[in-house]
Design a protein around this ligand. Structure first.
Ligand SMILES: Nc1nc2c(ncn2[C@@H]2O[C@H](COP(=O)(O)OP(=O)(O)O)[C@@H](O)[C@H]2O)c(=O)[nH]1
Ligand SMILES: [Mg+2]
Length: 226
């Protein structure tokens, strides 16, 4: 039976994950379009979950920021699941924040723990967000590369890191969270999230919105990245 749920009722639930200092809170602010939504900074250790909402590009976004953690075990996964089920309705998309150049052993261990304790769903519902794009661009300029392309960074990754991205079907986006009004990234995230939600929806249960946003970069986006 057709439902009365309209596109405008649908909420995109986004959960920020990643190591301490990986840029989770600031990525949340980029998405929400406000530098004041989540507290950020090296001196700020987020101790509890936080939630903010915003409407962006005609979408309702709900963003959950999570405590800084380098280890994610069963107990934390129970807390995360409880918080999500209390705060968000429907599917969530995980945004796994990694500072560019920092796919270290610690990231590999943490991601294995997410996969183990959040479950298989985690791999299918995650977008990797490489933060600190601005720093990578200025380093590239200092090295004489005038027009650095993020794909060139991906090409430098070792086999283990590529295998890690492959777990997420190479869904990744790079973000400069210092840039205010970074709308392109927000649109990229919305497009990927809508694509993932569409893939996992039970057909006909809820009308799923086709992504209609124009995004500039990468062929991945707006429903044709798979
Ligand atoms: N230059 C730059 N700094 C960033 C970026 N994203 C986050 N940061 C900085 O990295 C530090 C940690 O960010 P934060 O969002 O608090 O990380 P969290 O611990 O994962 O929530 C802060 O000093 C941020 O200002 C980015 O894209 N570019
Ligand atoms: Mg934080």
């Amino acid at each position: 039976m057709a439902t009365s749920i309209s596109f405008s009722d649908q909420i995109i639930n986004l959960v920020l994950l990643g190591r301490i200092g990986s840029g989770k809170s600031r990525t949340g602010n980029t998405i929400l379009g406000s530098n004041e939504a989540f507290k950020f900074g090296f001196q700020i250790e987020t101790k509890s979950y936080a939630i903010e909402r915003a409407s962006r590009f005609e979408r309702h976004l709900l963003v959950i920021d999570t405590p800084g953690m380098d280890i994610f075990l069963q107990e934390e996964s129970v807390k995360l699941r409880k918080y999500i089920s209390e705060m968000a309705q429907g599917n969530v998309i995980y945004l796994l924040c990694i500072k560019i150049g920092h796919i270290t052993e610690k990231e590999h261990i943490l991601i294995k723990q997410y996969i183990r304790y959040i479950g298989n769903d985690f791999e299918k519902r995650t977008i990797v967000i490489f933060t600190h794009l601005d720093e990578w661009i200025s380093d590239s300029h200092d090295q004489g590369i005038l027009e650095p392309k993020f794909e060139d960074f991906i090409a430098t990754l070792d086999k283990n890191s590529i295998e890690l991205l492959e777990k997420f079907d190479m869904r990744y986006i790079s973000s400069n969270n210092r840039k205010s009004g970074n709308d392109e990234i927000v649109k990229q995230i919305i497009c990927m999230a809508e694509q993932l939600n569409q893939q996992s929806s039970v057909s006909g249960a809820v009308p799923q919105r086709q992504c209609d946003l124009e995004v500039e970069s990468r062929s991945i986006l707006c429903c044709n990245y798979m």
